[in-house]
Ligand binder design. Sequence first.
Ligand SMILES: [Zn+2]
Length: 502
Amino acid sequence: MSILIKGANILDGNGNPPRKADILVLKDKISAIGDFRGARPAETVIDGLGSYVAPGFIDVDTDSDHYLTLFSNPGQEDFLKQGVTTIFGGMCGYSLAPLVYGSMESVREWSESERLNVDWRTTKEFLSSLKRMDLGVNFGTLSGHLTMRQDIVKKPRALSEKETKILGTLLEQSLEGGSFGMSSSLGYAPGKDIENEEIIELLKVVKAGNGVYSTHLRDYGEDLLKSVEESVAAAVQSGVSTIISHFEPYFASAKKYEKALKLIGENIAAADIHFDIFPFDTSVVLLSDLLPKHLFSENPDEALAKLEKPGYVKQIQGFWDKAGIDPKTMIIAGAPKNNYVIGKTIPDFAAGRGLDLREGVFELMRLTRMRGSVSVKNIDESLIEKGLLHSQSLIASNSTSFDSSEKFVHERSRNTFTKYLEIAVKTLSIEDAVKKITSVPARIFNLKNRGTIKEGNVADLVLIRDNKIKDVVVSGKVCLRNGEIENSSSGQVLKHDAKKKR
Ligand SMILES: [Zn+2]
């Protein structure tokens, strides 16, 4: 297999100005860069004139594992169409491995996991099993702190010294088995009761294994600054590269967002701290996110009972008002076992049942037993650009690629990277805009041979013309040609090398 990309302006991913040259791809590698006029013709020739060619983009925070689309829609074509060639999962405290008892309980909020044949326990086994899928993009995973912890203690209580050790060993094995690090979620039960000390203790293991840490903050609202401080402390004390997940300027904390950005900026000498963000003003939230934290309960019956009590209803409304949440803007995004309601707006759903908007949301909670999700406008548009262009930002869809039968798809699934580029190039040079989505995440995740265009690297490449994604090459195979999918099965399962030092 050989591909010759002729005469494109190369953006190497390191932020160097574009330079015009030819790229020769042999098998899955970038074989040579130079002037190949008159050379033996390659099997595939891509005319790069008038285009930029960049390393494939890296999405550092996706839900393709949580939604199990790695299995149901392995082509992951929505990523390819926006130039993404590598995605990471295992975020927000939950991963598909390791599973001490083989139970997928931890992803039940996202998907109907009972349909999947789980033939793995360890991360190593999971990654081998995944190799049987024809993935369209490269996939790497973190190890979910809560996924591992739930298999050791059922209750959200502090761990004994012995239990902490067991958890540490499980994490260590996971890193050795190919996991890129650990993710946590400190926002909800059981994570909200977990002390940062436990995280910092485990980050020693991540550090030794040369991994990365990603965290869903304890609070994205009132206590945003305290929560960011906690993540910064973890990053400083552990020395582990840390990413705050989906760090959007939510209405609930918009006033504090700029301060939080400043706080992150002030700590870059002491810690390798980053955050990921998508460029849209709506997001998809679990129905349980629509309850104030003190009303949240792991037990759906307990949570649902609260919707009947006027006192609680008042508290919920108060929480929505504060967070700028209006049911008018909601669209049903997920409803396990009730697919027929997906894609309906809450106004339509409520009207169909003769309910007011708030009762409509409550009814959806009852119908799905708190397992659904909605798209809602909860982000302050005016601050998005500040986040996107911050020196420590990484770009991530925080979503997945659904198949074409899906009745509701949030735009972040399809346009995160194209929208990011459109916004970024108004302020940044194209080379700096591209660096943020290529070599920077590759360095953080310790990807040795991806994220830059150089001889010997894996040929994950994107051609951009007139601000559109034209062609995409994954592992030396053309996947997107003139904007059309040609092949979506050359992605690789990525394995972290825990021993290699940076
Ligand atoms: Zn999260």
